[in-house]
Design a protein around this ligand. Structure first.
Ligand SMILES: Nc1ncnc2c1ncn2[C@@H]1O[C@H](COP(=O)(O)OP(=O)(O)OP(=O)(O)O)[C@@H](O)[C@H]1O
Length: 308
């Protein structure tokens, strides 16, 4: 299958107008980049990735010399300022975007185009409105030409796991936002991918639904132990869900902090109120605190915006 229409150039990264310094810049200046050691157990590996977009205003370096690894069964969250390159990393991991340089591999093979062994969950559920919940979940089974009987069995198992077993014949407009997103998660898992990529999957939900979804996802992950690459702006969400978190600098993204989240699994409401949870959130929040850090702030100013 062809690469996406998004066409990064191989132009060497050039500097944009210097952003205003933030706390992340200060950390970056003082500490060497956190290094994730790639081992044979890595399910996803990126090495010296370069992605430079072509734009009417010149080349936009999103990733430059970026390396990381995600290990089997790990829940890895990526936190970073708006526009730093998080979604770019996810697009490379899915095979939808060809990097300008470096390499990415999944399950030991180089990613050279869209892959069947990833599942993707986007910010919006993007369900087909004319299809039932069950048929929406089965979409990857159809497009990948998988066995329908097996697919049906797995779809029903996932609908049970996501609490939607009584909604398989409903249409998307008959579901709440949170339920639609749960269909999206079931669809992302139905073909049993090696890696589940999630790009701010709860960002469009109201606060209460978002917290419920966070609990649901933690439960689903505990049950499936899938390898997950999760992009979020929410520090509590990252701390609650992850086994490991990487924090990225303003673009071109580099890792400024790596945190192994030592909260025991399974996590629940009590976890949110625990002192250790508060400490870990505070540690991350300190990285993002700067005079001009505002939720939804722009990367062009270098602001480290993240939901607290
Ligand atoms: N197709 C494109 N053409 C030109 N520039 C692009 C393109 N896609 C992304 N960019 C730029 O690359 C940079 C990284 O974008 P990316 O979407 O990866 O950031 P992000 O960290 O996911 O942002 P956010 O948190 O706001 O979603 C941004 O400056 C963005 O403007």
């Amino acid at each position: 299958m062809p690469w996406s229409h998004v066409s990064p150039t191989s132009t060497p990264p050039v500097s944009s107008p210097p952003p205003r310094p933030t706390r992340i810049d200060a950390v970056l200046a003082k500490t060497p980049p956190a290094v994730t050691v790639a081992t044979s157990r890595a399910i996803f590996r990126a090495e010296d990735l370069q992605v430079t977009y072509r734009s009417s205003r010149g080349p936009v370096p999103a990733l430059s010399g970026f390396s990381t690894a995600l290990h089997e069964g790990e829940f890895l969250s990526v936190l970073g300022p708006s526009g730093c390159g998080k979604s770019t990393l996810l697009k490379v991991a899915s095979g939808l975007l060809k990097p300008s340089g470096g390499m990415a591999e999944l399950g030991g093979t180089r990613i050279e185009g869209p892959r069947k062994d990833v599942g993707i969950v986007f910010q919006h559920a993007t369900l087909l409105p004319w299809q039932t919940v069950l048929e929406n979940v089965l979409l990857p089974v159809r497009t990948l030409g998988m066995d329908r009987k097996q697919g049906l069995q797995r779809a029903r198992e996932l609908l049970r796991m996501t609490g939607l077993e009584n909604f398989e014949h409903h249409y998307p407009h008959e579901l709440s936002g949170g339920m639609q997103q749960r269909v999206g998660i079931a669809r992302g898992l139905v073909h049993d991918p090696r890696l589940l990529l999630m790009d701010e999957p709860f960002a469009a939900l109201d606060a209460m639904t978002r917290e419920n979804m966070m609990m649901e996802l933690q439960r689903i992950w505990t049950e499936t132990r899938k390898s997950v690459l999760f992009i979020t702006h929410s520090i509590p969400e990252a701390v609650f869900l992850s086994s490991r978190i990487i924090v990225l600098s303003p673009r071109p993204a580099r890792i400024v902090k790596e945190m192994h989240v030592d909260l025991p699994f399974p996590r629940d409401e009590a976890t949110l109120g625990s002192p250790r949870f508060g400490e870990l959130c505070a540690e991350l929040r300190a990285l993002f605190s700067s005079r001009d850090a505002t939720p939804g702030g722009s990367a062009s100013r270098g602001s480290a915006s993240t939901s607290h």
